[in-house]
Design a binder for this molecule. Structure first.
Ligand code: F6P
Length: 368
């Protein structure tokens, strides 16, 4: 039997389509059990950085009315952040230099002040690592896995991924006409951090000619070879899908920004590949970076349903007295696994995965 009366919900890390659907499911399922729900704004900021919320609404009540009509909306009504991890909060010394400080005790104090009995934390590996730290400090916590990158351990899928892949595939369909009409090479860079799930699934579904993913370091000469062999067989255009975390053989991942307290920003690899391909093949090559377009929009039916199932399952977990767990998809059902099995881990594309093998059978090149 749970003794829960008040729960908090937060969303952390990059936004992903489906966050609002999770929030709505949690609020409905919790309210039905007679629990009060509170939203924390912008990750944990609403709880420990009151100066950011002059109206005093860093934490605010979430009622059924407040979550009406949001299932299909992208983004998160709670706000989110992937900056200022409270376990390693960037802080300025008097001399102007920066260091990282653990502010988790202030957050635990915030939970006590608001008389919160349990937290439902919706986030990716970073957010779930933070949630795990609070669980270890004694808070009842259930995590819900979110990320367009699909790189979380323990779950067959995270919500947001299907929507991102559906949109990116549509973009590739559209790019085919220009590529073919102008006899060009089109390079499409997609997000995904250090995992190639988005690039792989998009590339196969969109019938790309080359897919470059972090798990398979590429040789640019091999990529050029593929384009030349298409040319020789009368296919005068090519589509290359590049994951932002793709790595050239013997090279390193391309990083735009790396600062204390901030997640490193990946990017720039599409530009490199496009320039090299144009130089080697002498074919006109264009780059499209899909970037944050992949994080917006209406969640697909799959993502909506998964989000609603995850949200309701998180509430059932608390009711059953579970804590320190994360809800995961294990088709045909959902189950709960310890937060430690997800925290601080990244699930990469297995090289023998069926989708990689399918791509190879379809003569899609990985540049290896
Ligand atoms: O984790 C989601 C994600 O969109 C990654 O694919 C990408 O590398 C990162 O977030 C971008 O973060 P930001 O919005 O801070 O640029």
């Amino acid at each position: 039997m749970s003794m829960i009366k008040r729960i908090a919900i937060n969303t952390g890390g990059g936004d992903a389509p489906g966050l609002n659907a999770v929030i709505r499911a949690v609020v409905h399922a919790a309210t039905k059990r007679g629990w009060e729900c509170f939203g924390i704004r912008d990750g944990y900021n609403g709880l420990f950085l009151p100066e950011l919320y002059p109206n005093g609404d860093g934490v605010f009540p979430l009622t059924r009315d407040r979550v009406r009509g949001i299932t299909h909306l992208g983004g998160t009504i709670l706000g989110t952040t992937n900056r200022g991890n409270p376990l390693r909060y960037p802080t300025k010394r008097e001399d102007g230099s920066m260091y990282e400080r653990d502010r988790s005790d202030e957050i635990m104090e915030g939970f006590r002040k608001w008389e919160i009995d349990a937290l439902i934390a919706i986030g990716g590996d970073g957010s779930l690592t933070m949630a795990n730290a609070f669980a270890q400090k004694g808070l009842k916590v259930v995590g819900v896995p979110k990320t367009i990158d699909n790189d979380l351990e323990g779950t067959v899928a995270t919500f947001g991924f299907d929507t991102a892949v559906a949109f990116a595939t549509e973009c590739i369909d559209r790019l085919h006409s220009t590529a073919e009409s102008h006899h060009r090479v089109m390079v499409v860079e997609v997000m995904g951090r250090h995992a190639g799930w988005i690039a792989l699934n998009t590339g196969v579904a969109g019938t790309a000619d080359v897919i470059l993913i972090p798990e398979i370091p590429y040789d640019i000469e091999k990529v050029a070879e593929k384009i030349r062999s298409r040319e020789a067989s009368g296919r005068t255009f090519s589509i290359i899908v590049v994951a932002e975390g793709a790595i050239p053989k013997g090279g390193t991942v391309s990083v735009i920004e790396k600062e204390i307290g901030k997640a490193e920003r990946l990017g720039g690899i599409g530009e490199q590949v496009a320039a090299q391909i144009q130089q080697i093949t002498k074919k006109e090559t264009r780059l499209v970076v899909l970037g944050h377009l992949l994080r917006g929009g209406t969640p697909t039916t799959f993502d909506r349903l998964l989000s609603l199932r995850f949200g309701a399952a998180a509430v059932r977990a608390l009711e059953q007295g579970k804590s320190g767990v994360v809800v995961v998809l294990d088709p045909p059902t959902v189950k709960y696994i310890p937060l430690e099995e997800v925290a601080d881990r990244v699930r990469l594309v297995p090289l023998d995965s069926d989708t990689v093998l399918t791509a190879r059978d379809l003569s899609i090149s990985f540049g290896d």
